[in-house]
Design a protein around this ligand. Structure first.
Ligand SMILES: [Zn+2]
Ligand SMILES: [Zn+2]
Length: 417
């Protein structure tokens, strides 16, 4: 029996509590930067488990520390926030929560990215490690960050003096529900998740009657030209094999068919795996937008606004090899190597701020039978993805696996053997 097996032997006794805690979080999601109830629930739980708790870091951030003799310092991270999505899963613990936006509109809220699962797994891992102090030595830091979905929560904790409040860890570890079979876990050394830039572009025309285009400069046609031309960046300007995604996720112009509007607004989303490629594509976007505006006779220069950015997730080779070896030993056939992911994360801001090596891994989000049936039918794309109204990982084995992976990875440093 491995020391992880001995620690996991305590799992069944706390499973019902963990599932109830998860369902409660799932029923009570809160948007980024407003995770007050969630942070309080996490802090109460950490306190009851005997960790030293600090709250209100970078807004609602919570850290629990459990020091147990000499040894490595290991930081494990989870996220507090949920998404502005109306849940459509049909389970009895589905969210029906809405909140009032800045404009007075009601916004639905749901844990459609699994952060409730991540929190419950981290609390379960802290509980089980805390219950078996003879099996490990060192310091466990359980960190719960706000606002991962908006990309500014991790940096917010760093800017609020995180490293004046906690010791600098030897390694930082985190996990996320990703495509795959529930019960599996996988990681990858080196580049693992993309950078993200979200960019608003405003382009100008001259509006008028829809029947008199000769008197107007049509920003709708201009927007169409730009969107098509932007496709040539990935096809013609990026080195083949260098992964880049450029999506125009929002196009807004005009109000009715017989009026040519004055302007159009595009929202572009860019994912890259290197700062050099990122800079090159951002420059190409600017060049193409400006040139198309000029070609159309646009009366005013286009405007560019960065709405948000995410950093690169670049797993430390040595730490990731250690985690992967521990997963292989513990999870056997359920330990995988994952492909690079074109989604993005702000977790790396925390280790990068203190030059700490890190490993990020994924845990499968889909019931095994459902996944295999979809795979057989060539319909994996039909399975609900993160951020889908139908996103819902199976309660088990996901909670158990997510708890076991955190313990397994942490014990790769903390094991007293
Ligand atoms: Zn997330
Ligand atoms: Zn998400």
């Amino acid at each position: 029996m491995s020391s992880v097996d001995e620690i996991m032997a305590g799992y069944p006794a706390q499973q019902a509590d963990q599932e109830a805690f998860y369902k409660d979080l799932h029923r009570h999601p809160e948007l980024s930067h407003a995770e007050h109830r969630t942070a309080a629930a996490v802090a109460t739980e950490l306190d009851q488990l005997g960790l030293t708790v600090q709250t209100g870091i970078g807004g609602t951030g919570v850290v629990g520390t459990l020091a147990h003799g000499r040894g490595p310092i290991v930081l494990l991270r989870a996220e507090l926030d949920a998404l502005p999505i109306a849940e459509d899963t049909g389970v009895d613990y589905a969210s029906t929560v809405t909140t009032t936006g800045a404009d007075g509109q009601q916004i639905p809220v749901a844990h459609a990215c699994g952060h409730d699962m991540h929190m419950s797994c981290l609390l379960g891992a802290a509980r089980l490690l805390g219950g078996q102090p003879q099996r490990w030595g060192g310091t466990l830091i359980a960190l719960f960050q706000p606002a991962e979905e908006t990309g500014d929560g991790a940096q917010g904790m760093v800017d609020d003096g995180l490293y004046q409040r906690i010791p600098t860890p030897d390694v930082a570890l985190t996990q996320h529900l990703l495509p795959g079979i529930a019960g599996t876990a996988g990681t990858r050394a080196g580049l693992f998740m993309a950078t993200e830039d979200s960019i608003k572009v405003t382009i100008y025309g001259r509006g008028g009657h829809g029947a008199l285009p000769q008197d107007c400069i049509d920003p709708v046609v201009l927007a169409a030209m730009i969107i098509v031309r932007l496709q040539t960046i990935v096809a013609r300007e990026v080195t083949p094999g260098d992964t880049v995604v450029l999506t125009a996720g929002s196009v807004q112009a005009g109000t009715r068919s017989n009026v040519i509007p004055d302007l159009a607004v595009l929202q572009l989303n860019l994912r890259t795996f290197s700062q050099a490629t990122r800079a090159r594509v951002l420059a190409a976007i600017q060049r193409i937008v400006r040139a198309e505006c000029q070609a159309t006779g646009s009366p005013k220069d286009p405007e560019f606004e960065t709405l948000g950015t995410f950093p690169l997730t670049d797993n430390d080779d040595t730490s990731t090899a250690r985690v992967a070896a521990a997963f292989a030993a513990q999870l056997k056939d359920n330990a995988l190597e994952l492909d690079r992911q074109t989604v993005s994360e702000d977790f790396s801001e925390i280790p990068d701020a203190a030059h700490v090596p890190y490993c990020y891994w994924g845990i499968g989000r889909t019931d095994r039978d459902k996944y295999l049936a979809a795979e057989k039918a060539g319909r994996l794309m039909d399975l609900p993805s993160n951020h889908s109204p139908k996103f819902l990982p199976p309660l088990q084995p996901t909670l158990r696996t997510g708890t076991e992976t955190l313990i397994t990875a942490a014990m790769a440093w903390l094991s007293a053997e």
